[in-house]
Design a protein around this ligand. Structure first.
Ligand SMILES: Cc1cc2nc3c(=O)[nH]c(=O)nc-3n(C[C@H](O)[C@H](O)[C@H](O)COP(=O)(O)O)c2cc1C
Length: 217
């Protein structure tokens, strides 16, 4: 049986095996970021053999068609930060979206293995720095490494919000500060619902989209 090849859609790492890895060993994203490159059912060698009706190719636990359709959802790109005492955390995320405008409420989806998840759970405080189109270095700095292993804020300039969360300014177009008011267990991730308590718009430049990052990273 031929081995399947899985490509990390964030960093391009190739994994060979029956299933994608739980976590990309290069950039740290979870298995949902992997796409199947090979291992699809082969066409029958004998033309007289009637091929079975095509079945959707599973990718991880997700049907191929669902995976392809999910790629068509548009996202922005954000640095989600938090602080608990003197501990700072920050990660890149695309799952950040407004739920209501009055009151201003935003939801974020954060992997339970992430350092940022632990600090958000500890403090209930969240900073959202909205990346501009020149924010690729920030996305790499915060998206491919874990705060469990490195200090991602070393050498970076940032301000602190009213409740102490780091807010990045360079290569960002706006920032928000929020407090967790509810959360939902989504399996690998937690969906945190935030009340937005402060906001600041720094630049009139175009915000980064997830699609633009993937094209230019
Ligand atoms: C473009 C991009 C988008 C990402 N989106 C998310 C996301 O929405 N939610 C999430 O939990 N992780 C996401 N990640 C992965 C985290 O940023 C990554 O696992 C990070 O290293 C976690 O850092 P931490 O352990 O310091 O919190 C994304 C990474 C990249 C590069």
């Amino acid at each position: 049986m031929s081995e399947k090849q899985w490509r990390c859609t964030v960093c391009g790492y190739i994994h060979v095996g029956e299933n994608p890895p739980d976590v990309c060993p290069v950039c740290g994203v979870d298995s949902s970021f992997f796409e199947l490159l090979s291992g699809q059912a082969e066409a029958p060698a004998n033309a007289h053999v009637v091929a079975p009706a095509p079945v959707p190719t599973p990718v991880g636990n997700i049907q191929h068609g669902i995976k392809q359709a999910l790629y068509k959802i548009s996202y922005g790109l954000f640095i989600i930060t938090s602080a608990a005492g003197d501990k700072l955390a920050g990660q890149c995320a695309n799952t950040c979206f407004q739920i209501t405008s009055d009151p201003a409420r935003v939801a974020i989806g954060i992997n339970k293995h992430n350092h940022t998840h632990a600090i958000i759970e500890a403090s209930g405080l969240v900073g959202i720095s909205i990346l501009g189109q020149h924010g690729q270095d920030l996305a790499r700095n915060f998206g491919y490494r874990s705060g469990y292993n490195v200090d991602k804020f070393a050498g970076l300039t940032y301000k602190k919000g009213q409740f102490g969360v780091p807010l990045l300014e360079q290569d960002c177009v706006a920032s928000l500060e929020g407090k967790v008011i509810n959360q939902m267990d989504c399996g690998t991730h937690t969906l945190f619902l935030l009340d937005i308590v402060n906001g600041d718009s720094m630049a009139d430049a175009e915000p980064m989209t997830y699609d633009y990052f993937r094209q230019t990273k």
